[in-house]
Design a protein around this ligand. Structure first.
Ligand code: FMN
Length: 389
């Protein structure tokens, strides 16, 4: 399947292309979520409970998709979310994502759990942000923060929803731990499945196999991907950590993983520039409500004192318009671009962003609104009982 194919018209088509290229173990790592995947489903389902209220017979020759997020002018009201282990999905991984975002005129958020050095990634996109996990502890993180600051990253996203790794049951069944491990023997069981995806396998082997993590470097070198879960558990971020993080970073900080209005207010009190209403794409605590349902209460709680971003379940431009109408300054997209990246690298990221962009232009014209900055609560109505606090 090529991306020029008329069959690639939406993000679900890119998902199908990723499924065809990747072995199950890698596809499910990207696509799956925690436990019963209730939250994964609700992230998407919540958008179906928000209805547009178009104003028609207006002249709208063109629409303006540009906005300003965290001090950066962007051509689209979205940033590309941090996706750990992107380089395992495609050899260009984080480089493809950063470069695709740059071509579309927007920013990329690089995960700590990434396979390319942060200095190389910002070379692809000057409007890059860094997402921090305290992997390896404070000293390791201080070194990473210093590197990100020196390299010119525009902001630090501190993810707070990972005190432990969520239970992603598909990863266990598929042997994800075996794939990441150094011991070849446990991998044998999964070999037939991996061998039946020769294009992915060739790219993976030519790229040197499982990448290490050059953005979490301890005294004995980069942390290994096998250590991710253990490293996360020993390094859960707390509000108390924000003091030293703020001092080490000295720039805008955004808290990613907000579910509650109280935590959003706490972020404002801590001087944060923004919050991301996010449940990690349903990969952490299963059973929390879809992000869009929480968004209105967070927007009300911060009262304009910091920027509110939102992610989870965004698969169409219409979803972006709905999140903006409910008060998000911009959204983060995760799987939507990662499916394209995993399927074909740079061209797949480009295609994902083209699809979302043309969706958004069409949606705004049909809605009778000429700028994403003008979207507000008057553009939508909510099914009764939609929002949660
Ligand atoms: C495969 C995968 C890896 C992820 N890795 C990270 C990560 O390293 N750091 C982080 O803060 N969020 C991570 N996330 C969460 C995303 O940043 C984002 O919150 C989520 O994907 C949004 O939901 P969506 O995929 O439905 O758009 C990951 C998500 C996926 C799907």
């Amino acid at each position: 399947m090529t991306l020029a194919s008329p069959r690639i018209i939406n993000i679900a088509d890119l998902r199908a292309a990723a499924r065809a290229r990747l072995p199950n173990v890698v596809f499910d790592y990207l696509d799956g979520a925690a436990e019963k995947e209730t939250t994964l489903r609700d992230n998407e389902a919540a958008f179906d409970e928000v209805f547009f209220r178009p104003r028609l017979a207006l002249k709208i020759p063109k629409v303006d998709l540009s906005t300003r997020v965290l001090g950066v002018d962007v051509a689209l009201p979205l940033l590309l979310a941090p996706i750990g282990l992107s380089r395992m999905m495609h050899p260009r991984g984080e480089l493809a994502a950063a470069a695709g975002a740059a071509r579309a005129g927007t920013g990329y958020i690089l995960s700590t759990v990434s396979g390319y050095p942060l200095e190389a990634v910002i070379g692809e996109n000057q409007n890059s942000f860094f997402q921090l996990y305290l992997m390896g502890g404070r000293e390791v993180s201080e070194r990473t923060i210093a590197r990100a600051k020196k390299a010119g990253y525009k902001g630090l996203f501190v993810t707070i929803d990972t005190p432990v790794a969520g239970l992603r049951e598909k990863d266990f069944r598929n042997g994800m731990a075996a794939l990441m491990g150094r011991n070849p023997l446990p991998k044998l069981k999964y070999l037939p499945e991996i061998l039946s995806h020769p294009r992915w396998l060739a790219g993976f082997l030519m790229d040197g196999g499982m990448p290490s993590m050059p953005n979490a470097v301890g005294d004995s070198g980069p942390l290994r991907t096998t250590d991710v879960s253990t490293a996360l558990e020993s390094a859960a971020v707390c509000w108390d950590d924000l003091g030293w993080i703020r001092q080490a970073w000295g720039g805008p900080i955004v808290i990613k993983g907000i579910h509650a209005a109280d935590d959003a207010r706490r972020a404002v009190d801590e001087g944060c520039a923004g919050v991301v209403v996010s449940n990690h794409g349903g990969r952490q605590l299963d059973g929390v409500a879809g992000s869009l349902r929480v968004l209105p209460s967070v927007v009300a709680a911060v009262g304009g004192q910091c920027e509110v971003l939102c992610d989870g379940g965004i698969r169409r431009g219409a979803d972006i318009a709905k999140a903006l109408a409910l008060g998000a300054k911009a959204v983060l997209i995760g799987r939507a671009y990662a499916y394209g990246m995993a399927a074909v690298g740079d061209a797949g990221v480009d295609r994902a962003l083209e699809i979302l962009k043309s969706d958004l232009v069409r949606t705004l014209k049909l809605l009778g609104c000429d700028s994403v900055r003008k979207l507000d609560r008057s553009n939508v109505s909510l099914r009764p009982g939609f929002a949660v606090d």
